[in-house]
Design a protein around this ligand. Sequence first.
Ligand code: DOR
Ligand code: ZN
Length: 346
Amino acid sequence: MASELTIRKPDDWHVHFRDGAVMRAVLSGTTEHFGRALVMPNLVPPVVTMNDAIAYRERIEANLPKGSEFTPMMTLYLTEATDADDVERAYKSGVITAVKLYPAGATTNSDSGVTDVARVAPVLERMAEIGLPLCVHGEVTDPSIDIFDREAVFIDTVLDPMRQRTPGLRVIMEHVTTEDGVKYVQSQSEHLAATITTHHLMINRNHLFQGGIRPHFFCLPIAKREHHRLALRAAAVSGDGRFFLGTDSAPHVDGAKESACGCAGVYNSPNTLSCLAQVFEEEGALDKLEAFASLNGAAYYGVAPSDQTITLKRQNAAVSYQAKVKTEEGDITVFDPPCDLNWLVV
Ligand code: DOR
Ligand code: ZN
């Protein structure tokens, strides 16, 4: 069995850094292991315009740990008032890498999102024209649709019609959680890709209720049945370039998670690579980890893979990792997967 693995430095194609004190506390969890990350725009208020993205990028850069060689890649939050010209300028001047579509009400800070994709058709058409990718939170928001079905229904009723109406639009199904999503991506052209999170490879919906309610496993889209988790694992280790890592690391302080109405989000940046090595080892596919974490996403976004490397070493005993990150606003619990971890980034 391999005991050491060296891969190109990974990129995280979906991360939440937040702002202010939380951002300052979580940045190093990403910059220690990743060369780049695609930063989600769901701040309060959201990152909507090119100028918002420039200002947010500057706040991130001003707070990067000393000596870190890390590039934040920015996104805009698509609203029904988004100006296609501003989006095009932001892309052509290198400020943004993608635009994020949140269906209004689907998740954390999505109130300014889109109620009907027909209302953003002109922006989507412009994006298709200029080759700018659209990152999609793929869930319907109709409360009468069962929460475990919202991704599959979104594919049929929103995503596929939207893609058919906008030929050439490059779309990433963010944090795909279902076998339906995996099959949909596999059945389409190279324009369509998907990110997969660390936690959706490791937990299914039973883990949410194992011995009691587990707020730190609650995220959106919610973890699904075991066969869906297995489909995600198969896609992640397949080497198929359309599937790549987006951790969806989404820090919330413990007070907001451990509450009568807890926030959705799993904070997994600090131990994501240990988790992924464990998953890929269990799948007998350590040789595919580099494609998933370091190559496929870069290729999709048209950037060169990192010329740096990281090395993971397998330990004989389970490794321990930091359980909480302290912030001025409170502690944030790090993802604690339901299995031992044996791999450490050295
Ligand atoms: O679990 C989630 N947390 N899913 C999302 O879509 C948003 C994220 C957050 O921002 O907390
Ligand atoms: Zn997210």
